[in-house]
Design a protein around this ligand. Structure first.
Ligand code: GDP
Ligand code: GDP
Length: 437
């Protein structure tokens, strides 16, 4: 099931980062070798009362003037409305309501999505009454916290997760493969989507019950059903480059959460950029299947080995998703688009693969025989038993004597052995360790 997305909106200096840091402290384990993503505090995985959600910070660069603040806040609200399931509107309880707050409130009032007004900087009881004025914003629930002192955070999280019940169970699986087409601006995502949907069989529809304002395209190709997820475009292009990039990352996060497979679209004429790495890293961290789609291949001058050389470069630049197949396409001419579809279907199957416990344990004992785990901290790792705990992505539980001596490189080795036997192409795989004496 996809994780809900909670977006924080609010003026500069109300305390968004402070809250974000407090909550991100609860961040569940994040793969360390993913470039870009972990360093960027644009989002955090939060868990509260066994409910997981993705928290995104819509705040971007620091604006210098009042009117820039206003326009940026409008864009923040817009993005939150488009991508989030729950919106946290943070205001400053010391300063009181400002005109910019009213402006944002006007926008948020139009959305069907739950909005929680969080009045920050209520550092002690004597300030508690400050929160009442914010009911004038007219968007419902108001709750007070002190992000700096860590007060009221639990109550706030209770409120946030209580909204999740509203859309649990909505995401019905119709057996279709859910695909997110992601990539940086101008990589050719819309062109590709148009090509896929342009066929007469395609039915473009707003799927009823989806909680996000997304336009999902349902397409049947060769008897297989695909749902192409498109988090409604932010059509108005911003002139500020960092803003465009931040928003495109936020959009990608929202689409990725709902997908089984991500088609990471790269512009062949530019090669892999830092932003591509970041976006591919998001798909990887979210545990989704990945196909690397090199688009605009029609614009590349080709010699005998061009494609191989290009592949090698991509393997270097995106080494953390070495499991992902690469396909070279042209959304413009349609070249190899059907091959891309085949790969997406293949990867979706791999992503959902279930491996029998017997076969898994055979492979692992054989792997251990061929190469013993290294001694760590004077102890030798023993792997007693393994089983696949879940799919999407395939997740394996290994019962071992000491969980604290599992070495990263040995995990890599096991992963490679498992892949050699079972394929699992295009999907990340995960290991969980349990101690058994
Ligand atoms: P952002 O611009 O919305 O991300 O705001 P920041 O998190 O950077 O906070 C802006 C300022 O408000 C900083 O000086 C924080 O220390 C301060 N601040 C944040 N939360 C609180 C709070 O709960 N109480 C008080 N008194 N100050 C806070
Ligand atoms: P998006 O921002 O990722 O949705 O990118 P668009 O689909 O809007 O494409 C950006 C630009 O690249 C447009 O001018 C497209 O016509 C062009 N484009 C997209 N795909 C291809 C392709 O395969 N070949 C060529 N030559 N141009 C393409």
């Amino acid at each position: 099931m996809s994780k809900p997305i909670v977006a924080i909106v609010g003026r500069p200096n109300v305390g968004k980062s402070t809250l974000f840091n407090k909550l991100a402290g609860r961040r569940i384990s994040i793969v360390e070798d993913t470039p870009g993503v972990t360093r960027d505090r644009i989002y955090a995985e939060v868990e509260w009362l066994n409910k997981k959600f993705t928290l995104v910070d819509t705040g971007g660069i620091e604006p210098e003037s009042e009117d820039v603040i206003l326009s940026q806040m409008r864009r923040q609200a817009e993005i939150a409305i488009e991508t989030a399931d729950v919106i946290v509107f943070m205001v400053d309880g010391k300063e009181g309501i400002t005109p910019a707050d009213y402006e944002v409130a006007n926008m948020l009032r139009k959305t069907q999505k739950p909005v929680l007004v969080v009045v920050n900087k209520i550092d002690n009881l004597s300030l508690e009454d400050n929160k009442y004025e914010f009911y004038n914003l007219g968007i419902g629930d108001v709750i007070s916290i002190s992000a700096a002192q860590g007060l009221g955070i639990g109550d706030m999280l209770d409120e946030i997760v209580s909204f999740f019940n509203d859309f649990e169970g909505v995401a019905e699986d119709e057996g279709e493969i859910k695909v997110a087409i992601i990539g940086k601006p101008n990589a050719g995502k819309s062109s590709l989507l148009n090509r896929l949907v342009g066929e007469e069989r395609a039915i473009v529809s707003d799927i009823p019950g989806t909680t996000r304002d997304s336009i999902d395209s349902f397409v049947e190709i060769g008897g297989d059903k695909f749902l192409f997820i498109d988090t409604a475009g932010i059509r108005k292009k911003s002139k500020v480059k960092e803003e465009v990039e931040r928003y495109s990352v936020l959009r990608a996060i929202a689409s990725i959460e709902r997908a089984d497979v991500c088609a990471v679209v790269i512009d062949a004429t530019e090669g892999v950029t830092e932003q591509d790495e970041k976006i591919a890293g998001l798909a990887h961290e979210a545990g989704k299947g990945v196909v690397i789609v090199v688009n605009k291949w029609d614009l590349i001058e080709k010699e005998t080995n061009t494609m191989n050389e290009y592949s090698e470069r991509i393997r270097k630049d995106l080494s953390f998703i070495s499991y992902a197949p690469i396909v070279f396409i042209s959304a413009k001419t349609g070249q190899r688009v059907s091959r891309m579809i085949e790969l997406i279907k293949y990867v979706a199957d791999q992503h959902a693969m279930r491996i029998r416990t017997g076969a898994l344990n055979e492979v692992i004992s054989e792997a251990v025989l061929m190469k013993q785990p290294p001694i760590e901290k004077g102890k030798a790792l023993k792997i007693y038993y393994a089983t696949q705990a879940s799919t999407k992505p395939p997740t394996f539980v290994l019962f071992v004597n000491y969980t604290d001596i599992v070495h990263f490189s040995y995990e890599r080795y096991l992963e490679n052995q498992i892949r050699q036997h079972f394929g699992l192409e295009g999907t990340p795989i995960r290991f969980i360790y349990r101690e058994k004496k």
